[in-house]
Design a protein around this ligand. Structure first.
Ligand SMILES: [Zn+2]
Ligand SMILES: [Zn+2]
Length: 194
């Protein structure tokens, strides 16, 4: 089994004066990360350029993280892919042992583990509801055709036909104009109270 690519030795850094720095460039895998339908696939390489700085009470890590991601448009379900790229700056400190410190990452005696920092950064960066483009037209709710490739044959999504039926009941002989307007108003009112 290959060595964990995210473990960085810090012994020499800790011997230095505060302000001592060390650069690290690492490439490795983290396992699959997912937010909704958006994922960093398990077999993809994650690249990290990091600068570690000894700050006396711990190590501050500033890192740029890059990884491929895949997902689908939330409206038309077209497969999407791209590259995530984000910057993070976090502090690693010795665990105090008493309380769980959620603001910092744990610092080992002679190593720190970039893995949790990189994983958290990518989970934050993964798009929750991506679009193939800002004005994606989505799928027709009736027939499922991708409306980005042109209109389908369905009638426009006018009001719910059940309201139209009620209009006929209430309005008696009223046709088109008045009936449709009343239906829309009634529909909006009921939606608001629900
Ligand atoms: Zn789309
Ligand atoms: Zn349709």
């Amino acid at each position: 089994m290959a060595a964990n690519p995210w473990l960085v030795p810090i012994t020499s850094l800790r011997r230095g004066a505060p302000g001592a720095r060390r650069e690290e460039h690492r490439v490795g895998r983290l396992g699959a990360l997912a937010v909704g339908a958006s994922v960093v696939p398990a077999d993809s390489d994650v690249a990290v350029d990091a600068v570690l700085e000894w700050v006396g009470e711990g190590v501050e890590v500033a890192a740029e993280v890059r990884a491929p991601w895949r997902g689908e448009c939330r409206r038309c379900l077209t497969p999407l892919e791209g590259e995530l790229r984000c910057r993070v700056r976090e502090l690693y400190r010795r665990p105090t042992g008493r309380e769980v410190d959620e603001e910092t990452y744990p610092l080992g005696d002679d190593h720190l583990d970039l893995g949790p920092l990189v994983r958290d950064a990518l989970l934050l960066e993964l798009p929750i509801a991506p679009l193939c483009r800002e004005d994606c037209a989505g799928l027709c709710p009736t027939c499922g055709v991708d409306l980005n490739s042109g209109p389908c044959g369905c009638p426009p999504p006018a009001g719910d036909p059940r309201w139209a039926a009620l209009d006929v009941l209430h309005g008696g002989g009223e046709e088109e104009g008045g009936g449709a307007g009343g239906g829309a108003g009634e529909g909006a009112g009921r939606g608001g109270s629900a």
